[in-house]
Design a protein around this ligand. Structure first.
Ligand code: HEM
Length: 532
């Protein structure tokens, strides 16, 4: 404690040196721990018996909003506090990188935005974020509606052929996964996977790669880094093969985009005549705006990152929205009433999305209960002082360089300190302000803080609600995702009533990068009888 105090008076380099020395000493004295932080001892069964985020929640209630999780020699700091999350994600964001997550994802995404180190990220974010401008999003509405229409036609055809008249049974999670893959392929690089109706080697390779990414994110020994593992271990050989199939496909698309670059398209881009572009994809934007000098390798990493980041997450939000609505028929009816009032039997347009407020709230409430991903991962690049927790139980903790951190979005989103009835599905909750109730340093929840926002976000909730993260590394695809999910959900509910096939308890959760079901979301679909 004395050493920590005195280092604060030192300057720059000396301060860093002293900081490190102090951390080493503090760690040594506390047997390698993080000072006086409460400690949860993880057992191996916590890793395999059930999703880890459930155990993290129980320990949060037991040990408080900042605790250390020790698995043998390995330790993580688990954060479930908005003030501490705000500090790590926004106020001191550049003192952290993606740590374990980057190690897992780098072989797949290379130097793409998600795993990128701080310097690469600073360069690439500047190039990528402008791609998601308002006219691009408007042009995407057509992609969202066309792809969802294809899915709805498939369901209608299945209903026509059904043995039991009027009802079909479907794994909606699988259907949403195909839909989200088709949308992301067209939106990011104008490639139609067509996965709603067919299987192809590229689709198989994408699923194989996602499967491996998920396996790696739950496997704590990075055996794939051992020399020759990619040749000796069969699943690693398959993974290398899948990666090659996708990379070859992306390389072909990049080459094609460069070869077909036309000045007229560039003019349309510059004049913002977006809706008349045949190909409004992000790849087209990056190549057209930056010409031939764009680096192929970096571009490929960016496309691969967005393919993975934008696919499973959106499929998951649709899956859990339906899971929750199916258990709340009155809310499903309320959603359908909104859809009937806003679009009747017509098609959804860009302007409709603003009016589909209840559907958007369903999407974010489903992200509150099932955040994708449930944990945000960081590692300190230099020692840092975390602020005190919301209950004022400490005045904060000094953490050394190299500390691995889980920000538990799941805990934040279900925290009894910030939400009334935290486990209940209540989309209407986002319309009602909530005072901070004496929680020092937290500004409470106030929808008016971000007027015109497409969805209640981290600003409105002062970091108690992080559906798309927060700070500089917040999701670039947030609006894309909210619009896509709103449209897909609205078009499904416009035509169909949905019921779970079994009991809600029979839908088991598993988790990797996202929370999904163990055996699919099996539902009964029938045409709406009450449609006007
Ligand atoms: C980052 C969630 C859809 C691209 C993130 C982060 C979250 C998130 C929480 C922050 C990660 C962190 O701080 O460690 C979601 C959810 C989605 C979604 C819940 C769907 C419901 C998309 C889509 C795209 C996308 C559609 C692209 C088309 C990205 C990228 C990053 C990111 C590139 C990294 C940003 C950076 O580090 O600068 N996403 N995302 N996401 N997301 Fe999304």
């Amino acid at each position: 404690r004395f050493i920590c105090q005195s280092t604060r008076t030192e300057k720059s380099k000396t301060r860093n040196l002293m900081d490190n020395a102090s951390n080493l000493l503090t760690n040594f004295l506390s047997g390698g721990s993080l000072g006086s932080m409460p400690t949860a001892e993880g057992a191996v069964s916590d890793l395999f018996g059930r999703p880890l985020f459930f155990s993290l929640y129980d320990w949060f209630l037991e040990h408080g909003s900042v605790y250390k999780l020790a698995f043998g020699p390995k330790a993580f700091v688990v954060v479930s506090d908005p003030i501490v999350a705000r500090h790590i994600l926004r106020e001191n964001a550049f003192s952290y990188d993606k740590g374990v997550l980057a190690e897992i994802l780098e072989p797949i995404m290379g130097k793409g935005l998600i795993p990128a180190d701080v310097d690469t990220w600073k360069q690439r974010r500047r190039v990528i974020a402008p791609g998601f401008h308002a006219l691009y999003l408007e042009a995407m509405v057509r992609v969202f509606t066309d792809c969802t229409e294809r899915t709805m036609l498939k369901f209608e055809k299945l209903l026509e052929d059904a043995h039991v008249q009027g009802t079909i049974e479907l794994d909606l999670e699988a259907e949403f996964s195909s839909l989200a893959l088709d949308i992301i392929g067209l939106g990011v690089f104008n490639y139609d996977f067509g996965s709603i109706t067919k299987e192809s080697p590229v689709i198989k390779a994408v699923y194989g790669t996602l499967f491996e990414a998920e396996h790696r994110s739950t496997f704590y020994i990075p055996y794939w880094k051992f020399p020759l593992a990619s040749w000796i271990v069969p699943r690693q050989r398959k993974f290398q093969y899948d990666l090659k199939v996708i990379n070859d496909c992306l390389d072909r698309l990049i080459k094609n985009a460069k070869e077909t670059r036309q000045e007229t398209d560039v003019e349309k881009l510059q004049q913002r005549d977006y809706l008349n572009l045949k190909d409004a994809s992000l790849l087209r934007f990056f190549v057209d705006m930056r010409g031939a000098d764009v680096d192929d390798r970096q571009l490929r990493d960016d496309l691969m990152t967005m393919l993975i980041a934008g696919h499973e997450t959106t499929a998951a939000v649709l899956t859990w929205s339906i899971f929750l609505l199916a258990q709340n028929p009155s809310k499903m009816k309320k959603a359908q009433a909104e859809i009937d009032a806003v679009i009747a039997k017509g098609r959804i347009t860009f302007d409709c999305i603003k009016s589909l407020e209840y559907i958007r709230l369903i999407v974010v409430e489903s992200l509150r209960l099932y955040p994708q991903p449930p944990l945000l991962i960081r590692r300190t690049l230099k020692s840092d002082k975390l602020p005190g927790g919301h209950m004022g139980e400490t005045d904060g903790y000094q953490i050394p360089k190299g500390t691995d951190i889980f920000i538990s979005v799941y805990n934040l989103h279900r925290s009894p300190y910030f939400w009334d009835k935290p486990d209940e599905f209540e989309p209407e909750r986002f319309l009602v302000p909530k005072k901070s109730e004496g929680i020092e340093g937290w500004d409470g929840f106030d929808p008016s803080r971000s007027p015109g926002a497409l969805y209640p976000n981290e600003i409105i909730s002062d970091f108690a609600f992080l559906p798309f993260g927060g700070g500089p590394r917040k999701c670039v695809g947030d609006q894309f995702a909210v619009m896509e999910s709103t449209i897909a959900l609205a078009m499904l509910l416009q035509k169909f009533d949905v019921e779970l096939k079994g009991s809600p308890d029979s839908v088991e959760l598993v988790t990797g990068a996202t929370i999904h079901t163990k055996n699919g979301l099996w539902c009964k679909l029938r045409k709406r009888a009450d449609v006007k």
